[in-house]
Design a binder for this molecule. Structure first.
Ligand SMILES: Cc1cc2nc3c(=O)[nH]c(=O)nc-3n(C[C@H](O)[C@H](O)[C@H](O)COP(=O)(O)O)c2cc1C
Length: 192
């Protein structure tokens, strides 16, 4: 088997076996590991060489600051009435990932370019997910409603004319989720 065929097999396997990780084990992930993955992920196709993305990483102390902001936007003042245990439980889904990556896309005023840029950034995110999977780093692409909240955007440092296309949770995991099914292509295929 040629090197190219071998690579194809492993790419197909990684695509099929990758799973979104929704249960992280709390281990931290360093910024350098995320940047190394991004250096490869940015080879995603993008039209007109626009590279319409930028990134905000919250690792280490940045992760701590982000957790405060996530508590503010998801729990708010209700946190004052909660027991420390109840608050810890409510924040569990945010505290277990070891780092966060926000993928920010320029919002072109022209619809064609805007859709192209969104598609290119989505290809980048999938590259990132596959690359991370290859290094036993778990990822989940999240789109909670608060990523469009003006207060959240401002505190995160998102500018006018930009859109957060995903809050990417990154971390280590102990259990691999069960395999998922996909509808056979034959059921989605029309011959012209
Ligand atoms: C654009 C996009 C947004 C997503 N947003 C969320 C989300 O907000 N919360 C969540 O739990 N999963 C989210 N996911 C992950 C999907 O739920 C996940 O991909 C799906 O369950 C299929 O699982 P798999 O990735 O393991 O194949 C999102 C995925 C995509 C592509």
């Amino acid at each position: 088997m040629s090197i190219v065929e071998n690579q194809k097999t492993s790419i197909a396997q990684t695509i099929r076996e990758r799973r979104s990780i929704k249960r992280f084990n709390g281990e931290l992930v360093e910024e350098a590991e995320i940047v190394a993955l991004l250096e490869d992920a940015v080879w995603a196709p993008n039209h007109g060489k626009r590279e319409p993305w930028r990134f905000i990483i919250a690792a280490g102390e940045g992760r701590e600051r982000l957790l405060e902001l996530l508590q503010e936007v998801s729990i708010g003042v209700k946190a004052l009435e909660m027991s420390p245990e109840a608050l810890e439980k409510a924040m569990d889904k945010f505290t277990k990932p070891g780092a966060y990556l926000f993928v920010i896309v320029d919002e072109d005023a022209r619809q064609k370019q805007r859709l192209e840029d969104f598609a290119a950034a989505s290809a980048l995110v999938q590259n990132f997910q596959l690359l991370a999977w290859g290094k036993n780093i778990g990822v989940c692409w999240k789109t909670p409603a608060f990523i469009d909240d003006p207060k959240f955007r401002e505190k995160l440092g998102v500018k006018l004319g930009e859109r957060v296309i995903g809050m990417i949770q990154i971390g280590r995991f102990d259990e691999v989720p069960a395999p998922k099914e996909r509808t056979p292509v034959a059921e989605k295929l029309t011959r012209f």
